[in-house]
Design a protein around this ligand. Structure first.
Ligand code: UDP
Length: 382
Protein backbone atom coordinates (compact mmCIF):
# COMPACT_ATOMS: atom_id res chain seq x y z
CA UNK A 1 0.00 0.00 0.00
CA UNK A 2 2.90 2.40 0.75
CA UNK A 3 6.31 2.65 -0.93
CA UNK A 4 7.89 4.54 1.92
CA UNK A 5 7.26 5.62 5.49
CA UNK A 6 8.61 8.88 6.90
CA UNK A 7 8.64 9.35 10.64
CA UNK A 8 8.50 13.00 11.64
CA UNK A 9 7.42 15.99 9.58
CA UNK A 10 9.86 18.75 10.39
CA UNK A 11 12.10 19.98 7.58
CA UNK A 12 13.88 16.62 7.32
CA UNK A 13 10.76 14.50 6.99
CA UNK A 14 8.67 16.93 4.94
CA UNK A 15 11.43 17.43 2.36
CA UNK A 16 12.14 13.74 1.89
CA UNK A 17 8.41 12.86 1.78
CA UNK A 18 7.71 15.48 -0.86
CA UNK A 19 10.72 14.48 -2.96
CA UNK A 20 9.84 10.78 -2.92
CA UNK A 21 6.22 11.49 -3.79
CA UNK A 22 6.99 14.04 -6.48
CA UNK A 23 10.07 12.59 -8.17
CA UNK A 24 9.56 8.87 -7.63
CA UNK A 25 5.78 8.71 -7.53
CA UNK A 26 5.97 7.02 -4.15
CA UNK A 27 2.97 6.54 -1.94
CA UNK A 28 4.36 7.94 1.30
CA UNK A 29 2.98 7.50 4.79
CA UNK A 30 4.11 10.34 7.07
CA UNK A 31 3.76 9.82 10.82
CA UNK A 32 4.22 12.38 13.56
CA UNK A 33 3.56 12.03 17.27
CA UNK A 34 2.60 15.68 17.60
CA UNK A 35 -0.75 17.16 16.64
CA UNK A 36 0.78 19.51 14.09
CA UNK A 37 3.22 19.57 11.17
CA UNK A 38 6.55 21.38 11.09
CA UNK A 39 8.38 19.82 14.04
CA UNK A 40 10.20 22.50 16.01
CA UNK A 41 9.72 25.06 13.21
CA UNK A 42 5.97 25.09 13.86
CA UNK A 43 4.58 28.61 14.23
CA UNK A 44 1.09 29.95 14.86
CA UNK A 45 -0.75 33.11 15.86
CA UNK A 46 -1.20 33.43 19.62
CA UNK A 47 -4.48 34.68 21.12
CA UNK A 48 -3.41 38.26 20.38
CA UNK A 49 -2.76 37.64 16.71
CA UNK A 50 1.04 37.72 17.08
CA UNK A 51 2.84 35.10 15.02
CA UNK A 52 5.02 33.11 17.43
CA UNK A 53 7.48 30.24 17.07
CA UNK A 54 6.18 27.68 19.55
CA UNK A 55 9.58 25.99 19.94
CA UNK A 56 11.91 28.98 19.90
CA UNK A 57 13.18 31.33 17.19
CA UNK A 58 14.04 29.84 13.81
CA UNK A 59 15.81 32.14 11.40
CA UNK A 60 16.45 30.87 7.92
CA UNK A 61 19.80 31.68 6.33
CA UNK A 62 21.81 29.93 3.66
CA UNK A 63 24.51 30.13 1.03
CA UNK A 64 23.19 27.02 -0.72
CA UNK A 65 21.37 28.00 -3.91
CA UNK A 66 19.48 24.74 -4.33
CA UNK A 67 18.06 24.96 -0.79
CA UNK A 68 16.91 28.55 -1.26
CA UNK A 69 15.41 27.68 -4.65
CA UNK A 70 13.72 24.57 -3.29
CA UNK A 71 12.07 26.29 -0.31
CA UNK A 72 11.12 29.25 -2.48
CA UNK A 73 8.75 26.88 -4.31
CA UNK A 74 6.68 26.78 -1.13
CA UNK A 75 6.92 30.32 0.22
CA UNK A 76 7.70 33.93 -0.42
CA UNK A 77 10.12 35.57 2.00
CA UNK A 78 10.07 38.45 4.47
CA UNK A 79 13.39 40.18 4.04
CA UNK A 80 14.73 40.04 7.60
CA UNK A 81 18.38 40.42 8.54
CA UNK A 82 18.88 38.99 11.99
CA UNK A 83 20.72 41.15 14.52
CA UNK A 84 21.51 40.05 18.08
CA UNK A 85 22.75 42.08 21.01
CA UNK A 86 24.18 40.74 24.22
CA UNK A 87 22.95 42.26 27.46
CA UNK A 88 26.21 42.56 29.40
CA UNK A 89 25.58 44.02 32.86
CA UNK A 90 22.78 46.14 31.40
CA UNK A 91 24.74 47.40 28.38
CA UNK A 92 23.76 46.12 24.91
CA UNK A 93 26.64 45.00 22.70
CA UNK A 94 26.42 43.71 19.10
CA UNK A 95 26.94 39.93 18.79
CA UNK A 96 29.02 38.42 17.26
CA UNK A 97 31.63 40.70 18.80
CA UNK A 98 32.68 42.96 15.90
CA UNK A 99 34.47 46.26 15.31
CA UNK A 100 31.39 48.18 16.53
CA UNK A 101 31.48 46.16 19.75
CA UNK A 102 35.21 46.82 20.05
CA UNK A 103 34.56 50.58 19.99
CA UNK A 104 31.83 50.34 22.61
CA UNK A 105 34.00 48.28 24.95
CA UNK A 106 37.43 49.87 24.47
CA UNK A 107 36.62 53.51 23.59
CA UNK A 108 39.85 55.41 22.90
CA UNK A 109 41.93 52.24 22.67
CA UNK A 110 39.68 50.78 19.95
CA UNK A 111 41.41 52.30 16.85
CA UNK A 112 44.75 50.87 17.97
CA UNK A 113 43.26 47.42 18.70
CA UNK A 114 41.38 47.46 15.40
CA UNK A 115 44.62 48.14 13.54
CA UNK A 116 46.30 45.25 15.33
CA UNK A 117 43.47 42.85 14.53
CA UNK A 118 43.13 43.86 10.88
CA UNK A 119 46.89 43.77 10.31
CA UNK A 120 47.07 40.27 11.71
CA UNK A 121 43.90 38.68 10.25
CA UNK A 122 42.64 41.02 7.49
CA UNK A 123 39.49 43.12 7.13
CA UNK A 124 36.29 41.02 7.19
CA UNK A 125 37.89 37.96 8.84
CA UNK A 126 35.98 35.79 11.35
CA UNK A 127 38.55 34.95 14.00
CA UNK A 128 37.68 32.23 16.55
CA UNK A 129 38.50 33.54 20.02
CA UNK A 130 40.58 30.41 20.57
CA UNK A 131 43.02 31.74 17.93
CA UNK A 132 43.22 35.07 19.75
CA UNK A 133 43.75 33.36 23.10
CA UNK A 134 46.70 31.43 21.71
CA UNK A 135 48.21 34.52 20.07
CA UNK A 136 51.52 35.87 21.39
CA UNK A 137 50.31 39.48 21.53
CA UNK A 138 48.87 40.19 25.03
CA UNK A 139 46.49 42.83 23.68
CA UNK A 140 44.87 40.29 21.36
CA UNK A 141 44.71 37.82 24.25
CA UNK A 142 42.96 40.50 26.29
CA UNK A 143 40.22 40.90 23.64
CA UNK A 144 39.75 37.13 23.56
CA UNK A 145 39.50 37.04 27.33
CA UNK A 146 36.84 39.76 27.28
CA UNK A 147 34.72 37.87 24.74
CA UNK A 148 35.24 34.58 26.56
CA UNK A 149 34.06 35.99 29.88
CA UNK A 150 31.31 38.31 28.72
CA UNK A 151 29.82 36.61 25.68
CA UNK A 152 30.70 32.94 25.77
CA UNK A 153 31.24 31.43 29.19
CA UNK A 154 28.07 32.00 31.21
CA UNK A 155 25.79 31.73 28.17
CA UNK A 156 27.30 28.37 27.29
CA UNK A 157 27.23 27.17 30.91
CA UNK A 158 23.49 27.89 30.99
CA UNK A 159 22.95 26.38 27.56
CA UNK A 160 24.77 23.12 28.29
CA UNK A 161 24.32 22.92 32.07
CA UNK A 162 28.05 22.44 32.54
CA UNK A 163 30.75 24.06 34.66
CA UNK A 164 33.60 25.92 32.90
CA UNK A 165 35.94 22.95 33.46
CA UNK A 166 33.57 20.57 31.71
CA UNK A 167 33.24 22.76 28.63
CA UNK A 168 35.58 21.61 25.91
CA UNK A 169 37.82 24.59 24.95
CA UNK A 170 37.17 23.67 21.32
CA UNK A 171 33.53 24.76 21.80
CA UNK A 172 34.74 28.33 22.24
CA UNK A 173 36.21 28.04 18.76
CA UNK A 174 32.65 28.55 17.53
CA UNK A 175 32.49 32.07 18.96
CA UNK A 176 34.15 34.50 16.59
CA UNK A 177 35.39 38.05 16.59
CA UNK A 178 34.21 39.58 13.33
CA UNK A 179 36.53 42.16 11.80
CA UNK A 180 33.85 44.31 10.21
CA UNK A 181 31.09 46.75 11.13
CA UNK A 182 28.37 44.42 9.86
CA UNK A 183 26.05 43.89 12.85
CA UNK A 184 24.13 41.00 11.25
CA UNK A 185 24.26 37.65 13.08
CA UNK A 186 24.59 35.75 9.78
CA UNK A 187 26.50 36.85 6.70
CA UNK A 188 24.82 34.38 4.32
CA UNK A 189 23.74 35.27 0.80
CA UNK A 190 20.08 34.49 1.55
CA UNK A 191 18.34 35.21 4.83
CA UNK A 192 14.76 35.84 5.81
CA UNK A 193 11.61 34.39 7.27
CA UNK A 194 8.75 32.80 5.36
CA UNK A 195 6.33 35.64 4.61
CA UNK A 196 3.30 33.85 6.09
CA UNK A 197 5.20 31.76 8.63
CA UNK A 198 6.79 28.30 8.60
CA UNK A 199 3.66 26.21 9.13
CA UNK A 200 2.16 26.97 5.69
CA UNK A 201 5.41 25.76 4.07
CA UNK A 202 4.89 22.33 5.62
CA UNK A 203 1.19 22.26 4.78
CA UNK A 204 2.02 23.03 1.14
CA UNK A 205 4.89 20.55 0.96
CA UNK A 206 2.78 17.72 2.35
CA UNK A 207 -0.35 18.53 0.38
CA UNK A 208 0.66 16.38 -2.56
CA UNK A 209 -0.71 13.36 -4.36
CA UNK A 210 0.53 10.18 -2.74
CA UNK A 211 1.36 11.69 0.67
CA UNK A 212 -0.77 10.50 3.58
CA UNK A 213 -0.24 12.31 6.87
CA UNK A 214 -1.06 10.77 10.25
CA UNK A 215 -0.65 13.20 13.16
CA UNK A 216 -0.92 12.26 16.84
CA UNK A 217 0.65 8.95 15.90
CA UNK A 218 3.58 7.51 17.87
CA UNK A 219 5.65 5.57 15.33
CA UNK A 220 6.19 2.71 17.78
CA UNK A 221 2.44 2.12 17.88
CA UNK A 222 2.29 1.10 14.23
CA UNK A 223 5.89 0.19 13.38
CA UNK A 224 7.90 -2.68 14.82
CA UNK A 225 11.63 -2.71 14.14
CA UNK A 226 13.50 -5.90 14.87
CA UNK A 227 16.97 -5.93 13.23
CA UNK A 228 17.48 -9.64 14.05
CA UNK A 229 14.32 -10.81 12.30
CA UNK A 230 13.91 -11.94 8.66
CA UNK A 231 11.09 -9.41 8.51
CA UNK A 232 12.81 -6.52 10.34
CA UNK A 233 10.11 -3.93 9.66
CA UNK A 234 6.44 -4.54 10.42
CA UNK A 235 3.72 -1.98 9.71
CA UNK A 236 0.58 -2.74 11.69
CA UNK A 237 1.92 -6.28 12.09
CA UNK A 238 2.54 -6.88 8.35
CA UNK A 239 5.95 -7.05 6.70
CA UNK A 240 7.00 -3.73 5.14
CA UNK A 241 9.63 -3.89 2.40
CA UNK A 242 9.72 -0.21 1.36
CA UNK A 243 11.98 2.58 2.56
CA UNK A 244 11.72 3.94 6.09
CA UNK A 245 13.09 7.40 6.83
CA UNK A 246 13.32 8.00 10.56
CA UNK A 247 13.83 11.51 11.95
CA UNK A 248 13.09 10.86 15.65
CA UNK A 249 15.30 10.02 18.63
CA UNK A 250 16.97 6.70 17.82
CA UNK A 251 17.36 5.50 21.43
CA UNK A 252 13.63 5.85 22.05
CA UNK A 253 12.83 3.74 19.00
CA UNK A 254 14.60 0.89 20.79
CA UNK A 255 13.16 1.64 24.24
CA UNK A 256 16.56 3.02 25.30
CA UNK A 257 17.88 -0.56 25.49
CA UNK A 258 21.50 0.63 25.85
CA UNK A 259 20.57 3.62 28.03
CA UNK A 260 19.32 7.10 27.22
CA UNK A 261 21.11 9.32 24.72
CA UNK A 262 21.56 12.68 26.46
CA UNK A 263 19.80 15.63 24.86
CA UNK A 264 19.31 19.17 26.13
CA UNK A 265 15.79 20.47 26.46
CA UNK A 266 14.30 23.94 26.85
CA UNK A 267 11.40 25.54 28.62
CA UNK A 268 9.77 28.45 26.81
CA UNK A 269 8.01 31.15 28.82
CA UNK A 270 5.86 33.37 26.60
CA UNK A 271 4.81 36.83 27.78
CA UNK A 272 2.50 39.33 26.14
CA UNK A 273 2.77 43.10 26.62
CA UNK A 274 0.38 45.91 25.69
CA UNK A 275 3.15 48.08 24.34
CA UNK A 276 4.56 48.47 20.87
CA UNK A 277 8.00 47.00 21.55
CA UNK A 278 9.58 45.19 24.49
CA UNK A 279 13.28 45.30 23.54
CA UNK A 280 15.67 46.86 21.04
CA UNK A 281 16.30 43.83 18.77
CA UNK A 282 14.68 40.58 17.67
CA UNK A 283 16.93 38.62 20.02
CA UNK A 284 18.74 39.79 23.14
CA UNK A 285 21.19 37.26 24.60
CA UNK A 286 21.74 37.39 28.37
CA UNK A 287 25.37 36.43 28.32
CA UNK A 288 26.36 37.16 31.95
CA UNK A 289 23.16 37.17 34.02
CA UNK A 290 19.67 35.60 34.38
CA UNK A 291 18.67 31.95 34.22
CA UNK A 292 17.29 32.22 30.70
CA UNK A 293 19.70 32.42 27.76
CA UNK A 294 17.84 34.84 25.54
CA UNK A 295 14.65 36.78 24.90
CA UNK A 296 13.10 36.78 21.45
CA UNK A 297 10.56 39.40 20.40
CA UNK A 298 8.78 37.81 17.47
CA UNK A 299 7.44 40.84 15.63
CA UNK A 300 10.95 41.89 14.57
CA UNK A 301 11.46 38.47 12.98
CA UNK A 302 8.07 38.11 11.34
CA UNK A 303 7.49 41.72 10.27
CA UNK A 304 4.35 42.44 12.31
CA UNK A 305 5.88 45.82 13.13
CA UNK A 306 2.61 47.79 12.99
CA UNK A 307 0.95 45.83 15.81
CA UNK A 308 0.31 47.88 18.95
CA UNK A 309 1.17 44.97 21.29
CA UNK A 310 3.92 42.40 21.42
CA UNK A 311 4.81 38.84 22.49
CA UNK A 312 8.20 37.68 23.71
CA UNK A 313 9.67 34.35 24.78
CA UNK A 314 12.33 33.56 27.35
CA UNK A 315 14.35 30.34 26.90
CA UNK A 316 15.36 28.31 29.95
CA UNK A 317 17.68 25.41 29.13
CA UNK A 318 17.02 22.21 31.09
CA UNK A 319 17.96 18.54 31.02
CA UNK A 320 15.91 16.18 28.91
CA UNK A 321 14.72 13.18 30.90
CA UNK A 322 12.27 11.66 28.43
CA UNK A 323 9.21 12.50 30.54
CA UNK A 324 5.89 12.87 28.73
CA UNK A 325 5.69 16.34 27.17
CA UNK A 326 9.44 17.07 27.31
CA UNK A 327 11.14 17.74 23.99
CA UNK A 328 14.76 17.01 23.06
CA UNK A 329 16.30 19.99 21.23
CA UNK A 330 20.07 19.67 21.15
CA UNK A 331 22.28 16.59 21.02
CA UNK A 332 25.02 16.78 23.64
CA UNK A 333 27.97 15.64 21.59
CA UNK A 334 31.02 14.29 23.39
CA UNK A 335 33.03 11.10 23.09
CA UNK A 336 30.95 8.98 25.46
CA UNK A 337 27.59 10.12 24.05
CA UNK A 338 28.72 9.69 20.45
CA UNK A 339 29.90 6.16 21.25
CA UNK A 340 26.50 5.32 22.76
CA UNK A 341 24.81 6.73 19.67
CA UNK A 342 26.96 4.49 17.46
CA UNK A 343 25.68 1.43 19.34
CA UNK A 344 22.15 2.32 18.29
CA UNK A 345 23.31 2.99 14.73
CA UNK A 346 24.79 -0.53 14.60
CA UNK A 347 21.29 -1.89 15.24
CA UNK A 348 19.72 -0.22 12.23
CA UNK A 349 22.71 -0.71 9.94
CA UNK A 350 21.49 -4.26 9.53
CA UNK A 351 18.40 -2.92 7.77
CA UNK A 352 19.47 -1.35 4.45
CA UNK A 353 16.11 0.29 3.74
CA UNK A 354 16.10 2.09 7.12
CA UNK A 355 17.51 5.63 6.93
CA UNK A 356 18.39 8.09 9.71
CA UNK A 357 17.88 11.77 9.03
CA UNK A 358 18.02 14.95 11.08
CA UNK A 359 19.04 16.49 14.39
CA UNK A 360 17.57 13.77 16.58
CA UNK A 361 18.15 10.68 14.45
CA UNK A 362 21.71 11.64 13.47
CA UNK A 363 22.48 13.03 16.94
CA UNK A 364 24.04 16.24 15.68
CA UNK A 365 23.36 19.94 15.26
CA UNK A 366 21.73 20.96 11.97
CA UNK A 367 20.64 24.36 10.73
CA UNK A 368 17.49 24.46 8.58
CA UNK A 369 19.42 24.82 5.34
CA UNK A 370 21.81 21.98 6.13
CA UNK A 371 19.00 19.53 6.87
CA UNK A 372 17.01 20.47 3.77
CA UNK A 373 20.19 19.97 1.74
CA UNK A 374 20.83 16.57 3.35
CA UNK A 375 17.19 15.53 2.86
CA UNK A 376 17.33 16.43 -0.85
CA UNK A 377 20.47 14.30 -1.20
CA UNK A 378 19.02 11.35 0.72
CA UNK A 379 15.85 11.41 -1.39
CA UNK A 380 17.99 11.31 -4.54
CA UNK A 381 20.08 8.44 -3.18
CA UNK A 382 16.90 6.48 -2.47
N1 UDP B 1 27.13 31.38 22.02
C1 UDP B 1 27.66 32.10 23.08
N2 UDP B 1 27.18 33.34 23.33
C2 UDP B 1 26.17 33.90 22.62
C3 UDP B 1 25.63 33.18 21.54
C4 UDP B 1 26.12 31.91 21.27
O1 UDP B 1 28.55 31.63 23.75
O2 UDP B 1 25.77 35.04 22.93
C5 UDP B 1 27.66 30.01 21.73
C6 UDP B 1 27.09 29.00 22.70
O3 UDP B 1 28.12 28.04 22.99
C7 UDP B 1 25.95 28.38 21.93
C8 UDP B 1 26.45 28.40 20.49
O4 UDP B 1 27.28 29.58 20.44
O5 UDP B 1 25.66 27.09 22.39
C9 UDP B 1 25.35 28.47 19.42
O6 UDP B 1 24.42 29.46 19.77
P1 UDP B 1 23.27 30.03 18.79
O7 UDP B 1 22.41 30.89 19.61
O8 UDP B 1 23.88 30.64 17.58
O9 UDP B 1 22.51 28.69 18.29
P2 UDP B 1 20.99 28.21 18.55
O10 UDP B 1 20.90 27.97 20.03
O11 UDP B 1 20.10 29.31 18.09
O12 UDP B 1 20.84 26.94 17.78
Amino acid sequence: MYDSIVIGCGFAGATVARELAERRGHKVLVLDSRSHVGGNCYDLEDENGILIHQYGPHIFHTNIDRVYDYLSRFTEWYDYSHEVVGNVYGKELPIPFNLNTLEMVYGDRAPHLEELLVQEFGQGARVPILDLMNHENPELQEIAQYVYENVFLKYTMKQLGKSPKEIDPAVSGRVPVLLSRDNRYFQDKYQGLPLHGYTPIFETMLDYEGIELRLDCEARRVLTINPESDTPILLDGDEFEGEVIFTGALDELFDCCYGRLPYRSLRFDFEHYNQKFYQSHGVVNYTVSEDFTRITEFKYLTGQLDKEDTTIVKEYPMPYSGKEGEIPYYAINNEANNALYEKYVKLVEKIPQFHLLGRLAEYKYYNIDAIVDRALTLAREI
